[in-house]
Design a protein around this ligand. Structure first.
Ligand SMILES: Cc1ncc(COP(=O)(O)O)c(C=O)c1O
Length: 417
C-alpha cells in the first residue's frame, strides 16, 4: 500500500532564533526559477556573477570567492581539510560552541590542535591570541568571528596582522556575522573565511559562501590532484599531501569555478540562485545600511528586554548586533515560555547549548526578520508569555518602539522631550 502524507504546508512562523531565519520572498522566488545545465553559458555567467557579488560582500579582491554546496559547516570543512595537512599545528581560540566545532573538524583533518578557551560571554584580546601564537607556533589559526552560541563577536581587525607577523594562516567562520556586521577580509588580512545563507543573508540553509586569498591558494595548489576521468592530459599533481576529501577539495572546486570549468560535483542550481539573490539584496540595500539596520534592531531588542526587567547575557561591548542573549528569570521555565511563544504566537526564539543551557534564551534579529515589526511583535508576545509564567514584565515593547521612533525622526523626538 502506498503511504501518502498530506501536501506540505508548514505553519507560518516568525523565526526570531539564532538562525535559520525567515527567507526573503525574493530569494524564494529566485529558487523557483527553471534549471539550467551546469555548463550552459547562462549558468556559468551566474557563477561568475556570484563570485563578484561575494567579493563585494566580503569586502575583498580575492579572485577565489565562491560557493561550497552544503550548510555553513561545509564551507568550514572545505577550507580546513584543504589547508590542514596531517600533523599541522592548528590553534583554535574558542569562546563558544562553534570554536569547539572548528577544533573538532581540524582534528579530523589530522591537525595537531591546541585550543585556548575564554569563558562563554567574553572574547579574547589580541594580546592573548598573540601570546598563544608565540607559545604554540601554529601553522593555522582558526577562529569563529561571531559565535551564535554565546552571541559574542571576536574582534578580528588586529588578528590578521599578528598572524602575518608569525607567518600563520588565518581562517575565520563568519557564518553568523556576514551581512549583519562588517566582515572586512582584506582590511583585516584574513586569509580565508566561510559563511552560510540562513542567518543575516536571509536565505535557506544549504549553501556556504567562502573566500580565499593567494596565501591559501598557494597551499591548495601544492596539494592539487584531479580525479581520474576528468584529469587533463599532462596534468601534474602538486607535491603536497592529497586533500583528504574529494567533495571538499578546494583545488577541484576552484577548477570547476575557473574558466577551465573542470567538472566536479553538479552545482546545486537552485541554491546558487538563492545565494545570488540573497547577496544581491544585501548589496542593493548597501552594506552600511544593512549593518545599521541590525544595530538598530539590537538597540531596540536589548532596550526592550531590559525595560521588561530581564538581564542581558555577556559582554555587551562585544555582542553581535544580530542576536541577543538574555537570562531566563528565576522561577520561570524557559522551555515552557518558548513553547508558548511558538504555539500561541507562532514565534520561535532560541534555546542555548552547553553551560548556558536552561540559563539564557537567544533572540535573533537577523536578515529578513531584522525589522521593526518583528522586534515589536516578538517583544509584545514575550511580555505576555512572561506574565503568564508569573513574571511581572515591564513594558519592553514601548521602550523598543521608542528606539525605532527616535531613529525614524530624531528631530521630532528631541522636540517632544
Ligand atoms: C558560527 C557558526 N558556525 C557554524 C555553524 C554551522 O552551520 P550549519 O548548521 O549551517 O552547518 C553555525 C550554525 O548555527 C554557526 O552559528
Amino acid at each position: 500500500m502506498t503511504t501518502l502524507f498530506s501536501e506540505l504546508n508548514p505553519p507560518p512562523r516568525l523565526l526570531m532564533g539564532p538562525g535559520p531565519v525567515g527567507v526573503d520572498p525574493r530569494v524564494l522566488r529566485a529558487m523557483s526559477m527553471p534549471m539550467l545545465g551546469q555548463f550552459d553559458p547562462a549558468f556559468t555567467a551566474y557563477m561568475n556573477e556570484m563570485m563578484e557579488l561575494l567579493r563585494q560582500l566580503y569586502r575583498t579582491r580575492n579572485k577565489w570567492s565562491l560557493l561550497v554546496d552544503g550548510t555553513a559547516r561545509a564551507g568550514v570543512e572545505a577550507i580546513l581539510v584543504s589547508i590542514i595537512s596531517p600533523g599541522d599545528k592548528v590553534l583554535v581560540p574558542s569562546f563558544g560552541r562553534f570554536g569547539f566545532l572548528l577544533a573538532e573538524i581540524a582534528k579530523r583533518c589530522g591537525g595537531e590542535v591546541v585550543t585556548i578557551e575564554r569563558e562563554w560571554g567574553t572574547v579574547f584580546t589580541p594580546e592573548e591570541i598573540e601570546a598563544a601564537i608565540r607559545q604554540h607556533q601554529p601553522r593555522v589559526l582558526a577562529v569563529v568571528h561571531g559565535d551564535t552560541s554565546t552571541t559574542m563577536a571576536q574582534p578580528l581587525d588586529r588578528i590578521g596582522a599578528i598572524c602575518r607577523k608569525y607567518d600563520v594562516l588565518l581562517y575565520t567562520d563568519a557564518t553568523a556575522s556576514l551581512g549583519g556586521m562588517d566582515v572586512a577580509i582584506d582590511a583585516w588580512q584574513v586569509d580565508a573565511a566561510s559563511s552560510g545563507l540562513q542567518k543575516c543573508l536571509s536565505g535557506p540553509p544549504g549553501s556556504s559562501p567562502i573566500t580565499l586569498n593567494d596565501r591559501i591558494v598557494d597551499v591548495v595548489k601544492r596539494r592539487r590532484h584531479v580525479e581520474a576521468g576528468i584529469r587533463p592530459a599532462n596534468f601534474v599533481d602538486g607535491d603536497g599531501p592529497v586533500i583528504q576529501s574529494n567533495y571538499f577539495d578546494l583545488g577541484m572546486l576552484m577548477d570547476y569555478w575557473s574558466e577551465m570549468r573542470l567538472n566536479h560535483h553538479t552545482e546545486a542550481t537552485s541554491m546558487l540562485y538563492a545565494a545570488r539573490e540573497a547577496v544581491r539584496i544585501v548589496l542593493a540595500e548597501g552594506l552600511d545600511e544593512c549593518f545599521a539596520r541590525h544595530r538598530l534592531a539590537s538597540e531596540a531588542m536589548t532596550g526592550g528586554l531590559t525595560e521588561m526587567g530581564l538581564k542581558l547575557f555577556g559582554d555587551q561591548a562585544n555582542k553581535m548586533p544580530n542576536v541577543t542573549g538574555v537570562y531566563i528569570p528565576d522561577g520561570v521555565n524557559g522551555d515552557a515560555v518558548r513553547g508558548m511563544m511558538l504555539n500561541d504566537f507562532g514565534i520561535e526564539i532560541g534555546t542555548s547549548f552547553g553551560p548556558l543551557h536552561g540559563k539564557i534564551w537567544r533572540i535573533g534579529t537577523m536578515g529578513y526578520v531584522c525589522r521593526k515589526e518583528s522586534v515589536l511583535t516578538c517583544l509584545a508576545a514575550l511580555e505576555v508569555c512572561l506574565r503568564q509564567a508569573g513574571f511581572r514584565a515591564g513594558s519592553g515593547t514601548d521602550a523598543a518602539l521608542a528606539v525605532y521612533r527616535a531613529a525614524e525622526s530624531p528631530a521630532q523626538t528631541a522636540k517632544a522631550s
